[in-house]
Design a protein around this ligand. Structure first.
Ligand SMILES: *Cc1c(COP(=O)(O)O)cnc(C)c1O
Length: 392
């Protein structure tokens, strides 16, 4: 007979979802109330304020879309782009490819600016593309490319885009809460994120934020937004300011309790402190991994602290190692995506999972597993190297 499902307690150090704080899980288990209940509406206002803090923005249109990060991506594209538009899409990994797909499905033309996987997007290449395509209206790129662990300079990219009168659409799914992101100071026009990466909330919601310039584009569209569900003109009637809220779709009530709690945890810690914590543990993980002979994919200056992609040594069976970690240590690390499948491991240090005990568990487990598989360069001082990075 089918029984209730009890998942094991894993340690999630992949590309997301990350470990969810018990505080968030318990918030989620609280009683469901109506999504138009005045107490719920008051909580929604707090979610908006907390999201403004996390994004560092005063944008009024700062809300969670009721679906995962990919829906936040789609919300940006379907609301801003119209058929016939030209959009520059910078690609340096898997998520840039998805942006191109979104642009093309809007009936627009995607002009691709490609950078090597494992490198940041290059503002100079963007500028060359803008010069060659004076009809471009938008520039889209990924801040934290989760498929490789590369971090792009959002501020520099936005400066270039705006010099050529383009609006920017930025993927901040993996950066939000994990590494510096300042939507207002960097002048990002539209941004989307996800809840299951550095916010360490459950998967299934996508925070977005649009500035006034982007909002103006939506208001002056020639055609209706093709997606009814993601049309922000309609969604805003539910998430809008103070005034009477109109039913659009039933909000995922308990998921929003969880987001509220996870954002509260971020606020309590402080954004800068959260960014610094990701950096500290990244340095220790790096020391441990390098002492095992593992090399990072991304050059140091372009590396994300929350997503550590390292090359799998020759002769090592990727799937076997990950299966051993999962079975024997309850530890999940990520496989490579796209052209990096089988070639890299992606070790996440995201949100609640970004802790010293996890770093130590990960390097110890990896060294033991590689040792069991007789990988010659897995040397014994991995713990000492990791602890030394903590100053111990
Ligand atoms: C995870 C991720 C997404 C997609 O988010 P989902 O919640 O899986 O839909 C988009 N962009 C980046 C950079 C991501 O890491």
């Amino acid at each position: 007979m089918t029984a209730s499902f009890y998942p094991p307690q894993r340690t999630l150090m992949g590309p997301g979802p990350s470990d969810v704080s018990p505080r968030v899980l318990s918030a989620m288990a609280r009683p469901t109330i109506g999504h138009l209940d005045p107490l719920f509406v008051a909580m929604m206002d707090e979610v908006k304020q907390l999201l403004q803090y996390a994004f560092q923005t005063k944008n009024t249109l700062t809300i969670p879309v009721s679906a995962p990060g990919s829906a936040g991506m789609e919300t940006c594209f379907v609301n801003l782009i119209e058929a016939g538009d030209t959009v520059i899409v910078c690609q340096n990994g898997v998520f840039g490819l998805r942006m191109q797909e979104n642009v093309e499905r809007c009936g627009a033309k995607a002009v691709l600016v490609q950078d090597e996987w494992g490198r940041a997007c290059d503002p100079q290449k963007l500028e060359d593309a803008l010069k060659a395509n004076p009809d471009a209206r938008f520039v889209a790129f990924v801040h934290a490319e989760t498929s490789t662990g590369a971090s792009t300079d959002v501020k520099a990219m936005c400066e270039v885009a705006h010099r050529y009168d383009c609006l920017t659409i930025v993927d901040a799914v993996t950066s939000l809460g994990g590494s510096p992101l300042d939507v207002d100071d960097w002048d990002v026009d539209a941004v989307y994120s996800g809840t299951q990466k550095c916010l360490s909330c459950t998967p299934g919601l996508s925070p977005i934020s649009f500035n006034e310039v982007a909002l103006d584009v939506i208001k002056h569209r020639k055609t209706k937004v093709q997606s009814w569900f993601l049309d922000l003109n309609l969604v805003m009637a539910y998430w809008g300011e103070g005034a009477k809220r109109a039913y659009h779709h039933t909000a995922p009530v308990n998921a929003l309790y969880a987001l509220h709690e996870s954002l509260l945890i971020l606020k309590e810690e402080g954004l800068e402190q959260a960014w610094a914590r990701h950096q500290t543990h990244h340095q220790a993980l790096k020391a441990g991994l390098e002492s095992l002979g593992l090399n990072f994919v991304v050059p140091e200056s372009e590396r994300l602290p929350q997503l550590n992609a390292v090359r799998i040594p020759d002769g090592v069976n990727d799937a076997q190692v990950r299966a051993m970690l999962l079975q024997d240590y309850q530890l999940e690390i990520g496989a490579g995506l796209g052209v990096m499948a089988g070639k890299v491991w992606r070790i996440g240090l995201m949100g609640y999972a970004c802790r010293k005990d996890n770093v130590l568990t990960c390097v110890l487990a990896l060294s033991e597993v590689l040792g069991r598989l007789h990988i010659p360069f897995a040397h014994k001082d991995v713990m000492a190297a990791t602890l030394a990075a903590y100053g111990e």
